[in-house]
Design a protein around this ligand. Structure first.
Ligand code: ADE
Length: 245
């Protein structure tokens, strides 16, 4: 059985393909699925594209075409928590679709017909250890000038709720609204909870790593592209290589 790795960032996918061995590629529905091995373990890697629908398509195709034991999603996210800074790592425990609202038919955030307002991730101690080890050796993975540029000093690893929706969040008022509704939310992104739903419905264990790229405020669009290229792809590769070791 293989580990499925899905990322919303082409640069992250490329950094993993660079270390993939015995590679074969299949193309379906505007996506490429790279099968191969990392540290002798079979893995399948794909770029999800952006948003809940795109990522759900990718996860469903991957589950149907490959014999997967689990899916791990990696990517960047906007911080919803004052104590979380650019470069910190969030491991999702509960995945919410923050733009799901079918009130008054169902409670706010509840996914119709599943009776769930969030999806739990796998209890993944090995991934926590891989992330903690990566964080404490950050200087071996990311060039010092990039750490300085993004003011990354000590990298924190936190576990908590992650919110997904088809919106790039870049205003303080939206952050305040999301925090008021889901106080334990750590960060916001656009894919994780839809992949979590697919994994729930197909009974595949799901884990997620999100690196904070911005504070979901007015600066978000400026920080974001440069950070992904220069920093985030090093995190994905470093953490997953340790995890798969
Ligand atoms: N991914 C990274 N930053 C984000 C933000 N601010 N909103 C939504 N998705 C993101």
């Amino acid at each position: 059985m293989a580990i499925g790795i899905i990322s919303a960032m082409p640069e992250e996918v490329q950094s993993l393909i660079d270390v993939l061995q015995h590679v074969s590629v299949s193309e379906k529905g505007m996506r490429s699925y790279y099968k191969g091995t990392i540290n002798s373990k079979e893995v399948v890697i794909a770029f999800s594209r952006w948003g809940k629908v795109a990522s759900a398509i990718t996860a469903t195709q991957m589950i149907n075409d490959f014999n997967l034991e689990e899916i791990i999603f990696t990517g960047v996210s906007g911080s919803l928590e004052g104590s979380l800074n650019v470069g910190d790592i969030v491991l999702g425990t509960e995945m919410y679709q923050h733009d799901m609202d079918t009130t008054p038919l169902f409670k706010k955030f509840e996914i119709p017909l599943l009776g769930k307002s969030f999806f739990e991730t796998k209890n993944n101690e090995k991934l926590e250890n891989a992330a903690a080890s990566f964080a404490s050796h950050i200087k071996d993975h990311v060039p010092v000038e990039k750490l300085e540029q993004f003011k990354i000093e000590a990298v924190q690893v936190k576990k908590g709720a992650i919110l997904s929706g088809d919106q790039f969040i870049s205003s303080k008022s939206k952050v305040a609204e999301l925090k008021k509704e889901i106080p334990n939310a750590l960060c916001v992104e656009m894919e994780g909870a839809s992949v979590a739903q697919v994994c729930f419905e197909y009974d595949i264990p799901f884990s997620i790593i999100r690196i904070i790229s911005d504070n979901a405020n007015d600066d978000a669009p400026i920080d974001f592209p440069e950070f992904t290229k220069a920093v985030a792809c090093k995190y994905a590769k470093g953490i997953l290589e340790k995890y798969i070791d």
